[in-house]
Write a protein that binds this ligand. Structure first.
Ligand code: DON
Length: 568
C-alpha cells in the first residue's frame, strides 16, 4: 500500500502500532521479577529472551547473547525477527569502548533509481512492498558473524543451536502471534502459491506449537558454515531461485558481495549524559541528537511529563528535524551526509527560534534547514547487558510486518521489503509517510535510509541505559520520549516504557497520540493553538535496560507486545 492521503497513513500507523513488532509482559510476556546485578535481556518474545538469558548464565557475553537472540527471534517472532532482513547494533564495552555494526540490507546491483515508476513516471503502488522486487540483499547473518568474530566468547555453534532447537521442536505461540498469523493467512497464500511455511489448515490458536523444519535446516547450515551457510551453497541457491521465480533482482553475486560494516558510533551529549547511537545509514542517531539539542535548554522537568508546553516544544522540534531528515539523510557511502552541520548545537537552537508559543508552526512553512557549508564530512529491538557490564542495543527488521510476506521456498524464511525505505520518487511518501529525495534515492549497492535508533546512554563514564524500539517513522520519537521520561521526568525504566507516547514527523502535519497520552485540558489547549491531533497509536515496542543508582538493572519491556525482560 502506498500512502496517498492522511486517512491511509492513519490506517497504516494503526496497523503498524497494533501488530506485535518489537519482547514486556503481554499475554505470555515474562518478567522473572527481582533486582538483577548480573545481566539482563529484554526482547520481543519470551522464548527468545530465555535463550539470551541462558547464554549469559553460561558465561556468554552480551554479544554472544545478542547473536543467540537474533536467531531465536527469527524463529519465534517471524513478523520482524529475521535472517532475511537487516539491522544495526550499538555496542559499549564495560570499559567504555564504543562501536556500531551496520548490517542493513543493500539494493541489489541491478536496482535502479526509477525501478518502481511506470512509464508516466508515477510510483506503482505496492511494488516496493509486496513483490520480489521489494527485497534488499539481507544483512542479518553476516552481521551476526561479524559481531561474533569481533566480540564473541562462546562458540558460534552454541549460539545458533538454541534457535535450531526452537525451529525443530517448535514453541508455543502467544495469543497475539496466533492473531497475527491468522490475519496474514490470505496474503501468505496469495504471495506464496504452493508453499506451506507459517500456514495451517485451521485457524492458529494461542498455545499451538509452531514447528519450522525448513528454517531449522537453514539454521543448521548457518551453524555449520557460518556466513557461507547463507550467502553461498544451498541457501543462496534457494534464495536466488526464489528471486528468479518472481522476477526479483538479488543474484549470487549480490549475496557474495554483501558485507556488514563497522562504523564509528555517533556520540552526542544531553546535559550530563553521553548518548551513544547509530550513525547513517540510519537517520535515527542524527535525528535523536538533533531532537535532544533542540529541547535541552528548556525547563522540561518543571513543565512536567506530557504537559502542554512539553508536548508543544517536542512536536516543534520533531517537525524541524524530520524536515531535515527528508533532505539530508541517506547512505554515507553514496551521499555526503552533513552530520557535523546537523549536529551543531547552534544550528538546532536557531531552528527552534522561529516558533511561537501561541500558534502551531504550519509544516508547509518549514523547509529543511540551510547550512553555511558542508563540513568534512514491523522491526524489533533487543537490549542486553552481561555480567561484566558490556551492553548491546540492536534493532533489526524485515521492514513491514512479515516483510514482503514472500517466503524462500524450501528455506523457511521470509524476505524483507526494505527497498520501500528508499525514496521511490522525490516527495512521494513511503509506507511510513516519510518523504525523501536525492540523498535517499535508489542506487545499486546503496543502503536505504532507516529510522532505527539503537542507543546506549552513559552517565559519569558508566553505563546508564540501553534503549531502542521498532515502529517505522515513530522509532526516533519513541526513543526520544523514553530517554526524556527517565532523564527529565524521573520515571523508572518500566514506567518510562509504559508511558503514553505521541509523534510528529513534519509531513503530514499531524500530531499522532496514543490513547490517553494527553489529558483533555492539554488536548484542548494544543488544538486551540492550531495543532491537528489525531489518535495514532503507541509507536513501537520499546525494550530497554536501566542501571539504577542502587547498582542493579531495571528492565523496561513494552507491555504493548509480548515483550519480556529476564535478568539474573
Ligand atoms: O529501517 C526503518 O526505519 C524501517 N524499515 C523500520 C520498520 C519498522 O520499524 C516497522 N515496524 N514497526
Amino acid at each position: 500500500m502506498l500512502i496517498k492521503n492522511k486517512s491511509q497513513l492513519f490506517l497504516l500507523l494503526i496497523v503498524v502500532f497494533f501488530i506485535p513488532i518489537g519482547c514486556v509482559q503481554g499475554q505470555l510476556g515474562k518478567d522473572n521479577g527481582g533486582e538483577y546485578h548480573n545481566g539482563m535481556v529484554v526482547c520481543a518474545y519470551p522464548d527468545a529472551a530465555q535463550v539470551g538469558l541462558n547464554i549469559l548464565k553460561k558465561g556468554g557475553n552480551a554479544v554472544d547473547a545478542a547473536v543467540a537472540v537474533q536467531f531465536a527471534l527469527a524463529v519465534t517472532f517471524p513478523a520482524a525477527g529475521n535472517i532475511g532482513g537487516g539491522g544495526f547494533m550499538v555496542y559499549r564495552s564495560a570499559q567504555g569502548e564504543t562501536n556500531t555494526l551496520d548490517f542493513r540490507e543493500k539494493a541489489p546491483a541491478s536496482a535502479s533509481q526509477n525501478m518502481y515508476l511506470d512509464s508516466a513516471g508515477n510510483v506503482i503502488q505496492g511494488m516496493s512492498l509486496s513483490t520480489h522486487l521489494a527485497s534488499g540483499v539481507p544483512g542479518s547473518v553476516d552481521g551476526m558473524v561479524e559481531a561474533h568474530k569481533k566480540y564473541g566468547k562462546l562458540k558460534w555453534e552454541e549460539l545458533v543451536q538454541p534457535a535450531i532447537d526452537l525451529a525443530h521442536n517448535g514453541f508455543k505461540i502467544t495469543k497475539r502471534m496466533a492473531a497475527d498469523l491468522n490475519r496474514e493467512t490470505a496474503e501468505f497464500k496469495k504471495l506464496n502459491e504452493g508453499k506451506s511455511y507459517l500456514l495451517k489448515d485451521s485457524l492458529w490458536q494461542e498455545g499451538d506449537v509452531l514447528v519450522q523444519e525448513d528454517l531449522a535446516k537453514t539454521l543448521e547450515r548457518i551453524r555449520d558454515k557460518g556466513r557461507a551457510g547463507f550467502y553461498d551453497g544451498i541457501v543462496a541457491d534457494e534464495l536466488v531461485d526464489e528471486m528468479q521465480s518472481g522476477k526479483g533482482l538479488i543474484t549470487k553475486a549480490d549475496l557474495q558481495n554483501y558485507h556488514a560494516i563497522w562504523r564509528k558510533a555517533l556520540i552526542g551529549r544531553y546535559k550530563e549524559y553521553k548518548i551513544i547511537t547509530m550513525p547513517p545509514p540510519s537517520s535515527g542517531g542524527v535525528a535523536l541528537l538533533q531532537l535532544l539539542q533542540s529541547v535541552e535548554k528548556y525547563p522540561l522537568s518543571r513543565w512536567g511529563f506530557n504537559a502542554d508546553s512539553t508536548v508543544q516544544l517536542m512536536v516543534e522540534a520533531e517537525r524541524r528535524v524530520y524536515a531535515d531528515r527528508s533532505k539530508y539523510l541517506g547512505d554515507p557511502d553514496f551521499y555526503k551526509v552533513p552530520v557535523d552541520s546537523l549536529l551543531k548545537p547552534a544550528y538546532n537552537t536557531s531552528r527552534m527560534s522561529d516558533f511561537s508559543w501561541d500558534k502551531a508552526t504550519p509544516s508547509a512553512s518549514i523547509q529543511p534547514g540551510k547550512f553555511v557549508a558542508y563540513e568534512s564530512d514491523q522491526t524489533t529491538h533487543y537490549s542486553i547487558v552481561d555480567h561484566d557490564g558490556n551492553a548491546v542495543s540492536i534493532t533489526t527488521t524485515l521492514n513491514g510486518s512479515f516483510g514482503s510476506k514472500i517466503f524462500v521456498k524450501g528455506a523457511g524464511f521470509l524476505l524483507n521489503n526494505e527497498m520501500d525505505d528508499f525514496s521511490s520518487k522525490p516527495g512521494v511518501p513511503n509506507m511510513f509517510g516519510l518523504v525523501g529525495g536525492k540523498a535517499n534515492s535508489i542506487q545499486p549497492g546503496k543502503r536505504m535510509l532507516s529510522s532505527m535508533t539503537p542507543t546506549i546512554v552513559e552517565k559519569d563514564g558508566k553505563l546508564f541505559m540501553v534503549v531502542g524500539t521498532p515502529g517505522g517513522s515513530t522509532i526516533i520519537t519513541s526513543v526520544f520520549q523514553t530517554i526524556l521520561n527517565v532523564l527529565e521526568f524521573n520515571q523508572g525504566m518500566q514506567q518510562a516504557v509504559n508511558s503514553k507516547r505521541f509523534h510528529h514527523q513534519w509531513l503530514p502535519d499531524l500530531v499522532y497520540i496514543e490513547k490517553g497520552a494527553l489529558d483533555s485540558t492539554t488536548h484542548a489547549k494544543l488544538e486551540q493553538k492550531g495543532y491537528k491531533i489525531i489518535d495514532g497509536g503507541p509507536g513501537g515496542r520499546v525494550d530497554a535496560i536501566l542501571k539504577t543508582k542502587w547498582g542493579y538493572y531495571e528492565g523496561g519491556a513494552d507491555p504493548r507486545g509480548d515483550d519480556t525482560k529476564l535478568g539474573w
